[in-house]
Design a protein around this ligand. Structure first.
Ligand code: ZN
Ligand code: ZN
Length: 454
């Protein structure tokens, strides 16, 4: 080991091009510039590093074969390369970790598709770097495949030279990141495309995420999203507002999110963040608190609030209102839910259609009053049915935990209700068994209990 330490590779320490904010540099970019500084190909640099700072056998072999562009992914290889580069350059490991997605490792499931396989760039950003007298560098944000265009310049990201079509090889020799490895021409936008990128292609939420990563000291917590989703689910259930939530995301999607033990994918987290209007970093942190509850429970969604401010055409409104009333709804819709769907205030409906509105209100409140009892009966029925068919349909051992899990999968009722009902049904069953057992004992030995009277 001491020999290894003696050989430990020392590299010149170059400053990170940008170490904070949405435009933070990526680790592959830093490695390329480091290699450039030492006038060796980036691949040679990685090989030397893994020889000089063996982290763990298989991992360093992997580091040598993993494409350079992949060294932002939240996995062991990236973590090892961070450690090697930190040792060799004396850079703080935390600074290098922020140049990757390692902080997402616990919070998100493995989703290789979320990360681009190749190095990508915005030609205008690279040119701006050079023009301002700084080294051209690749942004961490560009390695997420969902980011397809640069939010600053409105240009699509490139992954091949627009002059000669060359796709850069990460581990080869680099002269400058703003120039093509092969034809040496400056990268530029030559698409002449009239079609502008859509706002989704900028991945603005992902830019916020990168910004948050660049300021963090540690990983996003495991299960943060799930914990947050559970909180929302419970609060919305308590307030009897789940219909509004089902409008945002299907009930099945919710149940799945609330119950899964596996970390969710980046795509699912983004979808949820946009549905709930919670910034992605806060969602990953599990901080969905007040912002969401306010949105779900008090105010109509912003888009609908704007619509309701507009003047309404009573004739059109009547047609739409009657169309909704003509459909059968199980459970019935509340006036509030209908008003939200139509993009008007409840009072607008009350003023224009007093009798129809009164009917809706009456139906809804009858339903609401009977609701706790009905849900309880529904839950008991579901639990009894599962219990009686458990041995035929389930391979798992029957425990309270496994029972609850299967029941939750089958039913959309809230967890605490199902939990209570399970207690009830299991007690019921063991009481029944006890009686059966006594009856059984009695039939086998009819004299046993009557002995005193014999
Ligand atoms: Zn740009
Ligand atoms: Zn070229």
């Amino acid at each position: 080991m001491s020999v290894m330490h003696g050989l430990a590779m020392q590299l010149l320490r170059i400053p990170v091009a940008c170490d904070e904010g949405r435009a933070i540099e990526s680790l592959p970019s830093y490695i390329i510039r480091l290699a450039q500084q030492h006038v060796i190909p980036a691949g040679t640099l990685i090989t030397r590093l893994t020889e000089a700072h063996p982290i763990s056998g298989t991992a360093s072999a992997k580091a040598q074969s993993a494409p350079l562009a992949c060294l932002t992914r939240p996995n062991r290889t990236t973590a090892d390369v961070v450690q090697m580069v930190a040792l060799a350059t004396g850079t703080e490991p935390i600074v290098l970790r922020r140049m990757t997605y390692l902080f997402l490792e616990q919070a998100l499931g493995r989703t290789a598709g979320a990360y681009a396989k190749r190095l990508r760039w915005c030609p205008a950003c690279l040119k701006a770097d050079v023009d301002s007298g700084q080294p051209a560098y690749l942004r961490l944000l560009w390695s997420l495949s969902a980011v397809e265009a640069c939010e600053i310049h409105g240009l699509r990201l490139q992954e091949r030279c627009t002059h000669c079509g060359h796709i850069p090889r990460g581990y080869a020799q680099w002269t400058c990141l703003s120039r093509c490895q092969k034809c040496k021409k400056q990268h530029e936008d030559r698409s002449h495309s009239k079609v502008l990128p859509s706002i989704q292609q900028f991945g603005l939420d992902l830019a916020d995420l990168v910004d948050a990563i660049s300021r963090r000291a540690d990983s996003f917590p495991r299960g943060g999203v799930t914990a947050g989703v559970k909180k929302v689910f419970d609060a919305v259930w308590e307030a009897e507002q789940e219909i509004r939530l089902w409008n945002k995301l299907s009930r099945d999607q919710w149940i799945k999110l609330a119950l899964q033990d596996e970390p969710i994918s980046l795509t699912a987290a983004r979808q949820l963040s946009s549905c709930l209007d919670v910034p992605l970093p806060l969602l990953l942190e599990g901080h969905v608190g007040t912002a969401v509850f306010k949105f779900v429970l008090e105010n109509p969604p912003p888009a609908l609030a704007r619509t309701s401010a507009k003047r309404v055409d009573p004739r059109k409104l009547q047609i739409a209102f009657e169309a909704i009333l003509a459909e059968s709804h199980e459970p019935p819709l509340s006036l509030k839910a209908i008003a939200t769907t139509l993009g008007v205030a409840q009072n607008t409906l009350r003023n224009h259609f007093p009798r129809k509105s009164a009917l809706v209100v009456a139906n809804w409140s009858a339903y609401r009053t009977s609701r706790p009892e009905r849900y309880k009966n529904e839950a008991i029925a579901a639990a009894r049915s599962l219990l009686s068919t458990w041995h035929d349909t389930q391979t798992e051992l029957l425990t309270k935990k496994s029972f609850l899990r299967v029941l939750l999968n089958r039913s959309s009722l809230p967890k605490n209700l199902l939990r209570a009902v399970i207690e009830f049904v299991l007690t019921e069953q063991s009481a029944a068994r006890l009686i059966l057992h006594e009856l059984d004992a009695e039939t086998r030995n009819p004299l046993a209990n009557r002995a005193p009277f014999a």
